[in-house]
Ligand binder design. Structure first.
Ligand SMILES: *[C@@H]1O[C@H](CO)[C@@H](O)[C@H](O)[C@H]1NC(C)=O
Ligand SMILES: *[C@@H]1O[C@H](CO)[C@@H](O)[C@H](O)[C@H]1NC(C)=O
Length: 178
C-alpha cells in the first residue's frame, strides 16, 4: 500500500516537473521558424538572421521581441559609429569634412541615440508600435542625412550603409506589428 501511494505520487510529481518543459522543448523549432518567417519580410534577410541570432533571447521572442532586439542592434551599431566619428574628429580633418562630421554627431547622438531609440523601445514595450515605426524610419533617414553631408566624399559610407540597413530591417519588423 505504501509503495502504491509512493508510485502514484511519483507519477504526479513527474508529470508536473517534466511535462511543461517537454512542451517548451517542442516550441523551439517553431521559434527558429518565426525568426526565418520574420526575416523573409525584411529588405535584408541575412543581416536580419545574423542580428537576431546574436541575441539568445531571440529563440523565445515574439515578433515585438524580435523588433526590440533589432532596435538594440541599431543602438550598438550607432554607438560604435559615434565612437568612430569622434576618433575622426580628433584627427582634425579639413574644415568642410569636419563640419559634416559634426553634423553626423548631431544626427546620431541627438536624433538616433537620444530620441529614435528610446522612443522605439518604449513604443514596443508598451505595445504601441506606431511610434517605433516613425523612430526606426527616422533612424534610417538620419543615416542618409549623414552620408549626404559629405557631398560624395564620405569617410563613413560603410558605417552609414550599415546603420541604414539595420534601421530598415528594424522598421520592416515593426511594420509587421501595425
Ligand atoms: C545603448 O547602448 C549603450 C552602449 O552599449 C548602452 O549604454 C545604452 O544603455 C543602450 N541604450 C538603450 C536605450 O538600450
Ligand atoms: C523619412 O524619409 C522619407 C523619404 O524622404 C519620408 O517620406 C519620411 O516621412 C521620413 N520619415 C521620418 C520619420 O522622418
Amino acid at each position: 500500500m505504501r509503495t502504491l501511494v509512493f508510485v502514484v505520487l511519483f507519477q504526479v510529481v513527474f508529470q508536473i516537473i517534466f511535462l511543461p518543459s517537454s512542451q517548451c522543448a517542442r516550441l523551439r523549432p517553431n521559434d527558429d521558424n518565426l525568426i526565418e518567417q520574420t526575416c523573409k519580410q525584411t529588405p535584408n534577410y541575412n543581416l536580419c538572421i545574423s542580428s537576431l541570432k546574436s541575441d539568445p533571447k531571440s529563440a523565445t521572442a515574439d515578433v515585438a521581441g524580435l523588433a526590440l532586439i533589432m532596435v538594440n542592434v541599431l543602438n550598438t551599431t550607432t554607438t560604435q559609429t559615434l565612437i568612430h566619428i569622434n576618433s575622426l574628429l580628433l584627427q582634425s580633418p579639413r574644415n568642410e569634412v569636419k563640419e559634416a562630421l559634426l553634423s553626423c554627431v548631431e544626427d546620431y547622438k541627438t536624433g538616433v541615440l537620444t530620441a529614435d531609440i528610446p522612443v522605439s523601445i518604449e513604443a514596443l514595450t508598451k505595445g504601441n508600435p506606431k511610434f517605433a515605426d516613425q523612430g526606426t524610419q527616422d533612424a534610417a533617414n538620419e543615416s542618409n542625412s549623414c552620408e549626404e553631408g559629405f557631398s560624395g566624399n564620405s569617410p563613413l559610407t560603410v558605417e552609414n550603409t550599415n546603420i541604414n540597413n539595420v534601421a530598415r530591417v528594424a522598421n520592416a519588423i515593426v511594420k509587421l506589428l501595425l
